[in-house]
Design a protein. Structure first.
Length: 508
């Protein structure tokens, strides 16, 4: 819901969030705002100003002004605020997790895991002085001529992050950008940006200089302002594929570096020899953790041959036992989806799937939670015999909806995955090393799980992606991030007289 800034719509005491620019909290110049609501209760938590080009320009000017001094700060000194920030994040871990639950809806354990993954990226960024080292070779160009590569920061970068990980995904980007000597502007999702307000309070307390880190709240106008601004060197983005394509095209046309992670339709292949007793929990977490609102969620199961009936029955039994409710309540396995619009879209998508011929082995459209009549709940849903030509098979639903589409062989399963538009992740469950090796070798996805439901790379490794799931060349996290946020400069040097001995009066 869009309101006028300062209006009394929704909760009268819900504050309007501020931007953080040049080391100060400042009111946006926007005249409109959107409401952040608790998905479990529909309570208004805050209002988010829809910042525009003027707010973006102020942040870019602050970031560019801070760049020369920050770039000239030795790498080991740039790392020191990260060590302080890591401890501050550790101390605030529980409060951060509870804030994520309140505005996004996932369970508390899931939110704690998200905070941990963000902290791990800060830890990895602490090692940037080593990761940023170049390389060289004496006499590399010719006798007496040395050659080396150094990595240098470029200037101001920006990140645009999605609602499903309101804390973690920002940490895929900015720690690497800032540790390598750049400055940064973050535009969090307008659906759940409150946790980033707390993060920026901790960033300030950690001692990052004013202007090095900036926060601009908003939606489309803020995004376009970042994509178009000539003062920004590069854009990092995670979101739907349609938006990723838009971000990539518009930012690249403006001459910016871009890493744009898009959507997914991740598949699990279950072979007849799979140990479901051991691996059913990880399959369930993959499909229904965070109510299916993960870019690494597996929303499609391709059971091979005789694996179909057992896989379907075991998954349905386990899904039926999941308890819905507020993520802050003990014993809750799955929270609401992020918004009423998301709930209504998913209910419609399940109905369309049934119309397309899928069999609803478990139907979550009528989910209700006692005591939370206004929550945005969709129950775990399992659709059997989903046809490959259907929209349900091809399109990302981004909710607790798992489709099953039986196949006759591992070769057929791999061919199905490779024919898909997306290439974010795929997993296989088997006790056969030969089958696992074939799968990892042939499947065309950026992340691969072997008896792992959520193939989520840790901070030292890039969060990969392929085909429609990623546009760009260098992925978030790890060494890829270091390279994305720096330019390699080749230096070729000749001193003295090379092979003709030392210069007169110099040397031995």
């Amino acid at each position: 819901m869009t309101t006028t800034v300062g209006s009394t719509a929704g909760e009268a005491n819900a504050q309007t969030l501020e931007n953080y620019i040049g080391g100060r909290w400042v009111a946006a110049e926007a005249t409109e705002a959107v409401e952040v609501r608790n998905p479990a209760t529909d309570e208004v938590l805050a209002r988010v100003p829809l910042s525009g080009a003027a707010d973006v320009d102020a942040a870019v000017r602050a970031a560019r002004a801070a760049f020369p001094a920050w770039r000239a700060t030795p790498p080991q000194e740039r790392a020191r605020p990260f060590f302080r920030l890591r401890q501050l994040l550790e101390d605030a871990r529980e409060d951060l997790a509870r804030q994520i639950v309140a505005e996004m809806g996932k369970t508390l354990d899931d939110a704690r895991g998200e905070v941990q993954r963000g902290i791990e990226n800060v830890e990895t960024a602490c090692g940037t002085p080593s990761l940023m080292m170049g390389y060289g070779l004496e006499d590399g160009a010719a006798r007496g001529i040395d050659e080396e590569v150094v990595y240098q920061p470029l200037g101001a970068f920006a990140g645009i992050t999605p609602f499903n990980f309101p804390f973690m995904i920002a940490f895929w980007f900015w720690p690497y950008a800032v540790a390598t000597g750049n400055t940064f502007i973050l535009k969090p999702s307008e659906q759940d940006p409150i946790v980033q307000r707390r993060v920026f309070e901790l960033i300030e307390a950690a001692g990052f200089p004013p202007g090095v880190m900036n926060l601009v709240n908003g939606a489309h106008d803020a995004v376009n302002g970042l994509l178009d601004h000539p003062g920004i060197k590069g854009i990092s983005f995670v979101g739907a594929t349609q938006t990723a394509r838009y971000v990539y095209a518009r930012a690249a046309a403006a001459g910016k570096r871009v890493q744009a992670s898009g959507g997914a339709k991740n598949a699990i292949v279950v072979l007849p020899d799979a140990d479901l007793d051991a691996y059913l929990p990880t399959i369930m977490n993959s499909a229904f953790g965070a109510a299916g609102q993960r870019c690494l969620a597996n929303s499609l199961v391709l059971p091979v041959g005789s694996a179909h009936a057992e896989a379907r029955d075991r998954v349905v039994e386990a899904a039926r036992a999941l308890r819905l409710g507020s993520g802050l309540e003990a014993g809750v396995d799955m929270g609401p989806v992020v918004s009423a619009a998301a709930r209504d879209r998913l209910v419609g998508a399940i109905g369309r799937a049934v119309d397309e011929g899928a069999e609803p082995a478990l139907d979550g459209r009528d989910a209700r939670v006692e005591g939370l009549p206004n929550g945005y709940f969709v129950g775990p849903t399992v659709l059997d015999k989903v046809a490959p030509e259907s929209r349900t098979y091809r399109e990302e639903l981004f909710g607790p909806v798992l489709g099953m589409s039986p196949v006759g062989s591992l070769d057929e399963a791999i061919a199905r995955i490779n024919a898909a538009e997306y290439g974010n992740a795929a997993s296989i469950f088997t006790e056969s090393g030969a089958a696992a090796r074939q799968f990892r070798y042939e499947v065309e996805t950026g992340n691969v799980g072997i008896n792992v439901g959520v193939a989520a790379p840790v901070a030292m490794f890039p969060f990969s992606g392929a085909k429609g799931s990623f546009l760009g060349a260098l992925h978030p996290q790890g060494r890829d991030a270091i390279r994305f946020f720096t330019e390699s400069k080749v230096v070729i040097s000749r001193w003295g007289r090379g092979d003709r001995g030392p210069v007169s009066g110099v040397g031995r």
